[in-house]
Design a protein around this ligand. Structure first.
Ligand code: EPS
Length: 384
């Protein structure tokens, strides 16, 4: 059955994080170093908290791969929590409760709604799973999806374009975007990175946090992934949903996105041209690679905004969930800014959704079948 899906499990300070990925075709070569490079990228960025000094996230592949190639069977990915050794009592699977309950809900976090909905008395029962630590497994899944996409000549990259109101320089419309950044801030504009870091230092000094915007680019996606025929098959909606599901993401735009509001139709749409070499082509990409819920062969461009992390060292006003008295919100160890990390998670989620759409359209049990289907399809479209 041609369907790609995954589930994750694990608490932030539990023993490990796990994901099961089903539907990657057989015959994809897996480069573990490349997967671990993405895991390391997620840990980077100026403004990360103490946890990142404890962890060196590495993927353990426990099933579905033999001699470095996928078998078509479910792939189990595991990431150890090195911090678990400090939490064995407080996060024990069995035994008596240990450690003080967290009762001061953080505004903006899952804390309050979680304990109300799940009928819990200790906010830790909620925050452990709501934590962005879970994104380590998403990056592992995304790294796997990327290896499949790479075999199909599709790449997924990202960059940070705004932190706390400091914008990176962007390429004017129609020009080549800046190269894929290699720095820890994943921004690609060294002058902006310096100002972003200063802004983060200043926020940290006053116990505050910062959000920002990142951009994900998918290059090489064949024409016609997703479909106009049904709401849940539209790829723009599926990408938006997947990226929006990342912790702390509050807004998405595709291509020109919110700036469409100020454009007349005559300037908004990407006009079509033809020459023998390029076949039918466009000179602009306001649509961000998606028209009618389908890929149009241009780069897919997605931007997402991350709100500032809700754990503040100068806590906000809150209410104690047990006594109902006014308190200051709890101070869990946290990050001042995690936008560079979120950009890597955005890449992972986009990679997963695009891989899912490729498998739906060109699905076969073996990679060789998928590649043959793609080649036949592309030659039909080129030949028209
Ligand atoms: C994170 C791990 C967490 C936090 C952060 C992201 O580790 P700890 O809670 O032990 O410090 O650093 O999570 C949050 C900001 C949050 O609100 O949950 C990670 O691995 O990315």
């Amino acid at each position: 059955m041609a369907n790609l899906r995954f589930l994750t499990a694990g608490e932030s300070h539990g023993q490990c994080l796990t994901a099961i990925v089903e539907g990657i075709p057989a015959g994809v070569r897996i480069d573990l170093d490349e997967m671990n490079a993405d895991m390391a990228r997620r840990q980077q960025g100026y403004g990360r908290g103490g946890r990142m000094k404890i962890e060196t996230d590495q993927v353990n592949v426990l099933s579905g791969v033999r001699f470095g190639e996928t078998l078509g069977s479910p792939i189990t990915l595991q990431v150890q929590n090195h911090d678990w050794k400090n939490w064995k009592q407080r996060m024990a699977v069995f035994g008596e409760p240990a450690g003080e309950a967290v009762t001061a809900a953080r505004p903006g976090h899952a804390d309050l709604i979680g304990i109300q909905k799940y009928d819990r008395k200790d906010i830790r029962d909620i925050l452990e799973r709501a934590s962005a630590r879970e994104t380590a497994t998403r990056v592992a899944v995304g790294a796997l999806a990327k290896q499949f996409l790479k075999a199909c000549d599709i790449s997924v990259t990202s960059k940070v374009i705004n932190i706390g109101g400091v914008f990176a320089a962007t390429a004017p419309d129609g020009q080549q975007p800046s190269p894929v950044p290699k720095s820890a801030m994943n921004c690609g504009d060294p002058a902006a990175e310096e100002r972003m870091e200063q802004k983060i230092t200043a926020a940290k000094a006053v116990g505050d946090t910062l959000g920002g915007i990142f951009e994900v680019t998918v290059h090489g996606a064949p024409i016609g992934l997703g479909s106009h025929i049904q709401w849940d098959q539209r790829l723009d909606g599926r990408l938006a949903g997947a990226i929006m599901s990342i912790q702390a993401i509050k807004g998405i735009e595709i291509g020109a996105g919110f700036s469409y509001a100020a454009m007349p139709g005559s300037q908004a749409h990407d006009e079509l041209f033809y020459d023998e070499q390029q076949n039918i082509y466009r000179k602009t990409n306001h649509a961000g690679g998606l028209e009618g819920g389908m890929t149009n062969g241009e780069d897919i461009l997605i931007r997402a905004v991350m709100k500032p992390i809700p754990t503040l060292m100068k806590p906000l006003h809150s209410v104690d969930i047990a006594s109902k008295t006014p308190v200051l919100a709890s101070k869990e160890r946290s990050d001042v800014c995690a936008v560079p990390a979120a950009s890597v998670v955005g890449e992972a989620m986009a990679a997963f959704v695009v891989a899912q759409a490729v498998i739906e359209k060109f699905g076969g049990d073996a990679l060789s079948d998928v590649l043959q289907f793609i080649a036949d399809y592309k030659s039909r479209i080129q030949g028209e």
